[in-house]
Design a binder for this molecule. Sequence first.
Ligand code: FAD
Length: 462
Amino acid sequence: MANDASTVFDVVILGGGSGGYAAALRAAQLGLSVALIEKGELGGTCLHRGCIPTKALLHAAEIADETKEAAEFGVLATFQGIDINGVHKYKDDVIAGLYKGLQGLVASRKVHFIQGAGKLSSQTSVDVNGQRIEGRHIILATGSVPRSIPGLEIDGNRIISSDHALKLDRIPKSAVILGGGVIGVEFASVWKSFGVDVTIVEALPHLVPLEDENSSKLLERAFRKRGIKFELKARFSGVEYTETGVRVSTENGKQIDADLLLVAIGRGPVSAGLGYEENGVAMDRGYVLVDEYMRTNVPTISAVGDLVPTLQLAHVGFAEGILVAERLAGLKPVPLDYDGVPRVTYSNPEVASVGISESKAVELYGKDKVVTLKYNLAGNGKSKILKTAGEIKLVQVKDGAVVGVHMVGARMGEQVGEAQLIYNWEALPAEVAQLIHAHPTQSEALGEAHLALAGKPLHAHD
Ligand SMILES: Cc1cc2nc3c(=O)[nH]c(=O)nc-3n(C[C@H](O)[C@H](O)[C@H](O)COP(=O)(O)OP(=O)(O)OC[C@H]3O[C@@H](n4cnc5c(N)ncnc54)[C@H](O)[C@@H]3O)c2cc1C
């Protein structure tokens, strides 16, 4: 390996996804010299195989649903079907535009971008393209890839991962989705709108099991209404090929035939064979272990994003990347409060939350110290106009701050910005009740929920 030690960067970053590029941009902004190594495309999973393409598909799905339901609003429109190539073109154009913008941004900040598959070669260097790139500090940000179950082979055709689902050149008649978490639920929502007969198989008792149980139940009710089928507490036991598709079996004796199976049971870290363990980095089941400042046990190495066992979200990756950059530049960043991270499932209806669930609050504070309030969107003018159903549920510590906001309904993802201010500023219901919300907006529902929690409900029954 040629040792090109003439340049020693302040920071060498391995992986140019949300975590890696955020660290690069912030470090460069703070005057550090940065090398960013990426084997695929800058932007990583979120931009090319995650957040952005799924949300484009979900928007196309929303248009399909609105076209089908247009007559309910007195609009004459005929739904003629989905042109999947057209959908992909729209989605790919969105990605291409953002990709170009991101490449420009990285170049403009004078980040030294290196295209190639890198490997940690010492505690202060990464080897890539036959060159040794030295850094005073290394940030590991190699992200994650779809996981499967031992023995469940993803063939990319009839048994697929989200990577394949995003590029599928056909609309299947039917699909089984293994996993009722965020990714499974979003694809179920898209495919149903595109006319697919969808069944979700989830081992846990609820869809989106990390959410407050009330949100899960509301989503399940809405999905039932939409004709999205789901089997809960159903453990996958096997899949076999049939003449035209697959037959999925569960441990409770169910068999479901479909054109294809989407495996959406989660994502695992990308760390195998990358020299992490060899160079002394402490790991657990492939994840790199870090403290609250994203420091590994090796003083010169930090790690961020899906590679570390924190919430697998792009904005968590951004925040962790920024935190490391600021720490390395000598600033004093504050560790992340992971409960304060907004979470959105962009299905129809959307599920959005911040803070802790009621059950977690009861665990932390005791049952008699936890107050909850549910505000039904039926009382909210804008939600009525949109014909959406759902609820906002607040969790409060008795006589104290709001510690959880859980929302289900169309466009609720857009309300999570205010919800996160309420949680992160430890707002009291009376303080939020004091803020005037524009009428008619869906944010008003958040205001009304707090008015009710403060004991002065307006468009809600006492
Ligand atoms: C279908 C789907 C939908 C999602 N939707 C959302 C959403 O709506 N909102 C949200 O917040 N999050 C969403 N996510 C999660 C989000 O995409 C991830 O949390 C985020 O991409 C993690 O960023 P990262 O930088 O840690 O990893 P990644 O984005 O995976 O980036 C890691 C990068 O490292 C590169 N790399 C790996 N090994 C090497 C190597 N040896 N050398 C050089 N480069 C290497 C990879 O090519 C990759 O580009 C979604 C994910 C999926 C799969």
